[in-house]
Structure formats: structure tokens, C-alpha cells
Design a protein around this ligand. Structure first.
Ligand SMILES: NC(=O)c1ccc[n+]([C@@H]2O[C@H](COP(=O)([O-])OP(=O)(O)OC[C@H]3O[C@@H](n4cnc5c(N)ncnc54)[C@H](O)[C@@H]3O)[C@@H](O)[C@H]2O)c1
Ligand SMILES: [Zn+2]
Ligand SMILES: [Zn+2]
Length: 378
């Protein structure tokens, strides 16, 4: 089958690889109909991870079940499904408590809890930017979708970024009526803003410097804040009578930069601490890593990010972090899509055949104007 394969920094190709096979009775094989390029793929694409050459990428997958193992009884061939990016066993302590993003059994790497498809350090699993994908523990992991092809562009956001954006607001302790500050207007930040609106925010600020992304934030009713035009915290304080937001979401991650492009991994955390009121919550879904050999400082190379913990403590704020347990939200979000209350497809900018994935990666990585979310159809 054809698949998107990592060859080295800024080098992905579409290559022929062996078809995946059922390896355990609990596996299923899914024929991919839509798979997305994610901001998380860019950490690998840019050579800022330990991903090995030859890895099939892709963790935002949906499709039709092609084949199931003898131990799979709920899911059947022909079912249309969304595949959460987390690979979870369903029976360990973390899975049972709803933390499928920290499954204790699916990642064989010592000291790392949680597994994913096609991702650095997340276990030996191929990704779904391919014609076919092997899904472990299929009965537990797969989310059933209505048959047909309705809402394909919305449903394809259920494998990662819509639940992840929602999780950001949940980790922030968001309540109806809150003013919410979202840093990052990439796909994850825009999904956090969409989630905050659905959850009854009174106002949502979205901070970025990319004009096209800020325009999309404006289109869904959020207030765009351009950090290249001045301190984004001052801009938020100015319009909230100096009070700040009630809570905030970090949707940028360790490659946070200033308007000139210089990286400062603590910058967005500092800005959230400053722009969220005392006792407010901060949900960090942007990724930070324990080892980043490409970082600008020695400390950051070892995951030590010196944000303003003193002010964070003095303001009595709370912070939640980590990969999103997709399954905790995806059923509810699917139903919001079906009833028309959510339409996460507003950010889709490009649909490409799998063969054009290398182009898609290049444009999305360059944050080229108009390339907000790329869908691939194998
Ligand atoms: N926790 C999870 O489960 C999870 C899931 C998916 C993605 N992620 C992570 O979320 C982050 C965002 O993902 P994405 O797909 O939206 O990525 P993206 O790279 O497309 O978007 C990041 C945005 O942040 C902006 N930005 C950079 N510096 C900034 C600053 N100082 N202030 C405000 N904005 C700034 C960039 O201009 C860009 O638009 C990434 O770190 C990704 O790995 C986490
Ligand atoms: Zn993703
Ligand atoms: Zn588990």
C-alpha cells in the first residue's frame, strides 16, 4: 500500500510499504478515507524529535473497517469509524479512570505512559497517512460514526484536535460566562476557541500573528489579538478593565516564538500567567518535551522551561497539562456535529490526494497564508 514515510528533517515521501496485518485477535484493519496533517507532525517533520527514518506518519485518522480479529465483537467490517490518536488497552488503571492518553500497557518504552499512531516516542505503531491502518484493541478504541459520507470534514477532527481543543478548556476549568484567552490560532487553538464558544464563554480572545488564522478566529466570533502589533497581555488587559481573562488555553507548545521568530519556550506560559486573573485556570495542550536537542538554551534542551512560577503561585492559579484522552469527549463531540451545534470543519483549507502529502507538509510547515488544515484522502 501507499503511505507517507518520514525520511529525515523536512523530507517525507509517499512510498510503497507492506499492508498491515491483524497481529492480535483484538486488532482491526481500517481503510482510511480521511487523514489529517497535524501541528504535532511538524515537530517530527522539522527534525525536532527522535522519530526514526521509515516511520509511517499520521495520527488523525478515520475510515471504514476492512477486517477484524477473532476477538473483536462490537466493531464490524463496513463500519465507519473515527480512530482516536491515543492507543489504549481499556483495562489498565489509567484507561479505567478515563486517562486513555496515559495507557500503562500500550507503550513499551520505559518510563513513557501513553501510545499513539505514527509518532515519536509513542510506541512502535505505524500511522494512518496510508491506505490502511492497524488498530489495536479495536472494540475499545474505535468510535462508530453514522454510515455514508456526511460530515466527513467535521468527523475527521474527532481523532485529535477537536477533543484536544475541548480538553484545553476543560483543563482550564472553564465555566459558562468565562472570558477565555487562547494562545495559538493553529488548528488546536481554533478548536479550543470553538469549544469555548460552545461551552458558553462570554468572550474568547485568540492570540497569534498569522493573519489568516486570526481572521478565522474572528469568523467564529472570537476576538483576534495580533502579538506582532504589541504585547498581547496588555491588549487583553486593556479590554477587560485590567482584570484579565478568567481562564486560558496554551495551544502553541515548546516552539513558542516572538514576532521575529526567535524561540522562547517560556513565552506563552508567562503570557498566560499574566493574562489570566488570580485563581484562574490554565490548560496546556501545546506540547512540551523532556528532551529537545534543537532548543535555543541548555536548560530547554533538557525540558527545563523557566516560566514565571512565582507569579503563577502568587496568583493562586491552576494548570493542567498533557495529551488529550480523546475518548473522554469524542462521542459527545460527534453528537454535537450530527445535530449541527458544532462544525469544526470551518478550518479546513486544503484537501489533497495522499501523493501530494509532501507538498501539504511543506506549505503547512511554512505556515503559508491560507494553509490552516490539510486533509489527505488516500
Ligand atoms: N495535547 C495534545 O493532546 C495535543 C494534540 C494535538 C496537538 N497538540 C499540540 O498543540 C500545539 C498546537 O498544534 P497546532 O496543530 O495548532 O500547531 P500549529 O503549529 O499549526 O499552531 C501553533 C500556532 O502558534 C502560534 N504561535 C507561535 N508563537 C506564539 C506566541 N508567542 N503567541 C501566540 N501564538 C504563537 C503560531 O503562529 C501557530 O499559528 C502543538 O504543540 C501540538 O503538538 C497537542
Ligand atoms: Zn494531531
Ligand atoms: Zn490502558
Amino acid at each position: 500500500m501507499k503511505a507517507v514515510v518520514y525520511q529525515g528533517p523536512r523530507d517525507v515521501t509517499v512510498a510503497n510499504v507492506p499492508d498491515p496485518k491483524i497481529k492480535a485477535p483484538t486488532d482491526a484493519i481500517v481503510r482510511i478515507t480521511t487523514t489529517n496533517i497535524c501541528g504535532s507532525d511538524l515537530h517530527m517533520y522539522e527534525g525536532r524529535s527522535t522519530v526514526e527514518r521509515g516511520k509511517v506518519l499520521g495520527h488523525e485518522n478515520m475510515g471504514i473497517v476492512e477486517e477484524v480479529g477473532s476477538g473483536v465483537s462490537r466493531v464490524k467490517p463496513g463500519d465507519r469509524v473515527s480512530v482516536p490518536f491515543n492507543i489504549a488497552c481499556g483495562t489498565c488503571r489509567n484507561c479505567v479512570e478515563g486517562w486513555t492518553s496515559f495507557c500503562l500497557r500500550t507503550n513499551p518504552i520505559d518510563g513513557v505512559d501513553g501510545a499513539a499512531y505514527g509518532y515519536a516516542d509513542m510506541g512502535p505503531y505505524d500511522g494512518g497517512q496510508a491506505e490502511l491502518l492497524r488498530v489495536p484493541y479495536a472494540d475499545f478504541n474505535l468510535l462508530e460514526l453514522p454510515p455514508g459520507d456526511a460530515h466527513e470534514h467535521d468527523f475527521t477532527m474527532l481523532s485529535d484536535i477537536f477533543p484536544t481543543g475541548w480538553h484545553g478548556t476543560e483543563l482550564a476549568g472553564m465555566r459558562p460566562g468565562d472570558r477565555v484567552a487562547v494562545f495559538g490560532a493553529g488548528p488546536v487553538g481554533l478548536m479550543a476557541a470553538h469549544s469555548a464558544m460552545i461551552r458558553g464563554a462570554s468572550e474568547v480572545f485568540v492570540v497569534d500573528k498569522e493573519r489568516d488564522r486570526l481572521d478565522l478566529a474572528g469568523k467564529i466570533g472570537a476576538t483576534p489579538v495580533d502579538f506582532s502589533k504589541g504585547d498581547p497581555v496588555e491588549q487583553i488587559l486593556d479590554v477587560t478593565d485590567g482584570r484579565g481573562a478568567d481562564c486560558g488555553v496554551e495551544a502553541v507548545g515548546y516552539q513558542a516564538h516572538d514576532p521575529s521568530g526567535q524561540e522562547h519556550p517560556e513565552l506563552v506560559l508567562d503570557n498566560l500567567v499574566r493574562s489570566v486573573r488570580s485563581t484562574g485556570g490554565i490548560g496546556v495542550v501545546g506540547v512540551y518535551v523532556p528532551q529537545d536537542p534543537g532548543a535555543a538554551t541548555d536548560a530547554a534542551k533538557h525540558g527545563r522551561v523557566a516560566f514565571d512560577y512565582g507569579t503563577f503561585f502568587s496568583k493562586g492559579q491552576q494548570m493542567g497539562t498533557g495529551q488529550c484522552p480523546v475518548m473522554r469527549y469524542n462521542r459527545h463531540l460527534r453528537d454535537l456535529i450530527i445535530t449541527g451545534r458544532a462544525s469544526p470543519s470551518f478550518l479546513v483549507s486544503h484537501e489533497l490526494p495522499l501523493d501530494q502529502a509532501p507538498d501539504g507538509y511543506r506549505h503547512f510547515d511554512d505556515r503559508d497564508a491560507g494553509w490552516t488544515k490539510v486533509l489527505l484522502h488516500p
